[in-house]
Design a protein around this ligand. Structure first.
Ligand code: FUC
Length: 344
């Protein structure tokens, strides 16, 4: 295992973790942004499988949230408002009337305290952030750590921990866009995804969950036996068109079935398994990704990457049957998502 540090833009540090099989993970202390992930294809060829900017300055105002830690609440809070214990809280809007991905200057835009560590079989960086007492209208101050660990089993672990000074709402995720073709050779159309999910949340035109849980059976949302992402990109299903041609939906996982998601890419043979103790995932196929952004491997385009945002849904604030995002003052939020890389 090896770990190196490099200063970028005279203000951030980029850490690169390398395991004994040549897998490399690069991340910034700014936003905890995963900038590069280099893994072998079936021939052993090492290539980058995540979207990242060519110029680091572009991470500062990134409405695509490339690779970043998202919080305090990942996803959309309808009308930027929620009720907790009979009290109504109003947050700042940053997408129409709504509050997206923790609002402005959220966890994706702060410099985290970083501490690296390594031993024979793993190397990592522990990122910590102490929120401010007035964190954009959320109750309580949240103290958060996110630890990235790469090991020699070809696993990348993201461990999230949080506490709060007052009862609050919190759900964290990471917003990496994967593209297993390597070095952005193609879109994600031919990625084959299997997912243990029988239900997903219906969206309205503003991409806000309506509260209806829809059955995946007989729809392009059925990944139980595996399906190409292209199935939803060219579909006339109203839920795919509403999302801009593809997926931008919360899927609820079936309990006790792992891995929760498996992805394979036929040309490179690369595979990725995702296992988590989160109750579900937003699968977003970059339907609204800005065109012609200068990325490290070429220009961006629609469907250039796919995000698997493991999390609980903020829709639970309104629809209480969904897994909750409430964190009590004496509780510790503890979540893990594990990404395992292999090939066939
Ligand atoms: C995802 C989506 C959104 C948004 C953003 C960049 O989390 O749910 O629709 O476009 O990423």
């Amino acid at each position: 295992m090896e770990i190196t540090e490099k200063e970028v833009l005279n203000k951030w540090i980029e850490y690169t973790l390398t395991n004994d099989n040549g897998i490399q993970v690069s991340l910034l202390n700014y936003g905890g942004i995963l900038t590069k992930l280099v893994v072998p294809d079936r021939e052993g060829k090492l290539e980058n499988i995540v979207l990242g900017y060519q110029n680091f300055e572009d991470y500062e105002q990134d409405s695509n949230y490339f690779g970043a830690i998202i919080g305090r609440v990942a996803g959309r809070i309808e009308n930027a408002s929620f009720e907790l214990d009979g009290k109504t809280y109003q947050l700042k809007t940053n997408e129409g009337n709504h509050h997206l991905h923790g609002g402005e200057s959220a966890f994706h835009q702060v410099i985290w305290d970083a501490m690296s560590f390594q031993n024979d079989d793993e190397a990592g960086v522990k990122l910590s952030h102490t929120g401010s007492d007035d964190a954009g209208g959320y109750p309580g101050r949240a103290d958060v750590t996110v630890t990235y660990t790469l090991n020699n089993k070809n696993e990348l672990l993201l461990d999230y921990e949080a506490t709060t000074t007052e009862k609050t709402i919190l759900t964290l995720t990471n917003h990496t866009y994967f593209n297993l073709t390597g070095n952005l050779k193609d879109t994600i159309e031919n990625h084959q995804v299997s997912m243990n999910s029988e239900q997903f949340l219906e969206l309205d035109e503003a991409l806000i969950p309506t509260g209806n849980c829809l059955d995946v059976a007989g729809t392009p949302f059925d990944f139980r036996e595996g399906n190409r992402l292209a199935a939803g990109m060219h579909s006339s299903h109203q839920q795919n068109t509403i999302a801009g041609g593809g997926y931008d939906h919360y899927f609820l996982f079936n309990e006790n079935e792992v891995p929760h998601i498996s992805i394979s890419e036929p040309t490179s043979g690369r595979m990725l398994d995702i296992t988590t103790n989160q109750p579900g995932v937003v699968m977003y196929t970059s339907n609204s990704l800005d065109k012609a952004l200068q990325l490290s491997d070429g220009n961006s385009r629609k469907h250039a990457g796919v995000c698997f945002e493991t999390q609980a849904s903020p829709a639970s604030l309104k629809y209480h049957q969904l897994p909750s995002i409430i964190l009590g003052a004496n509780d510790t939020y503890k979540k893990q998502t594990c990404f395992t890389f292999h090939s066939k």
